[in-house]
Write a new protein. Structure first.
Length: 171
């Protein structure tokens, strides 16, 4: 047992003193530095691609969450209206735009709409999925209570999506 412990201690000392065998080595060689830079560049390229995927997914999640909240608010307002007044109607666009009338904090922005085209506003639409003009983050049919994104973003065409449209107006 004592011999085994002694061998382990000697091997550990050899590993620790490996740098002392090369007294003039104070830095890295040029090849080591170039290899390190190349590896970091490859990792950086992968990180940028992954970051772009994350931003696209966050925009999609944000819009889907906003649409879900708006639809739920409209549904609750509609049911409350039926119970309290007996009238079977949906809120007007003006009522939707007023804070604390239908939505507590107002209309969330559509992350796919250009900021100069009023992404936090609603325009009147008739058929779900149709784009109504260029302005407005959402289109709303006050007769049916349907609300949808008033955008259809261009994306890179793929086998699953040869048209090259994201299709957020049909979510």
């Amino acid at each position: 047992m004592l011999i085994l412990v002694n061998n382990i201690m000697n091997n550990t000392k050899k590993i620790i003193n490996i740098r002392s065998d090369y007294p003039n080595s104070n830095g890295f060689t040029l090849i080591e530095l170039v290899v390190t830079i190349v590896i970091l560049a490859i990792l950086g390229t992968g990180a940028i691609t992954h970051y772009q995927d994350i931003t696209g997914a966050s925009r999609e999640s944000s819009l889907k969450g906003s649409l879900g909240g708006l639809r739920e608010s409209i549904s609750i307002w509609h049911m409350h209206r039926i119970v309290t007044t007996g009238y079977n109607n949906y809120p007007s666009i003006a009522a939707l735009m007023l804070p604390n009338e239908v939505c507590q904090a107002g209309i969330p922005s559509n992350p796919y709409q250009d900021p100069s085209n009023a992404p936090d506003s609603i325009v009147e639409g008739t058929t779900m999925g149709d784009i109504v003009g260029e302005r407005g983050g959402y289109a709303y049919n006050p007769t049916t209570g349907e609300i949808w994104a008033n955008t259809n973003t261009d994306i890179q065409p793929t086998c699953k999506n040869p048209a090259g449209k994201l299709g957020e107006n049909n979510w």
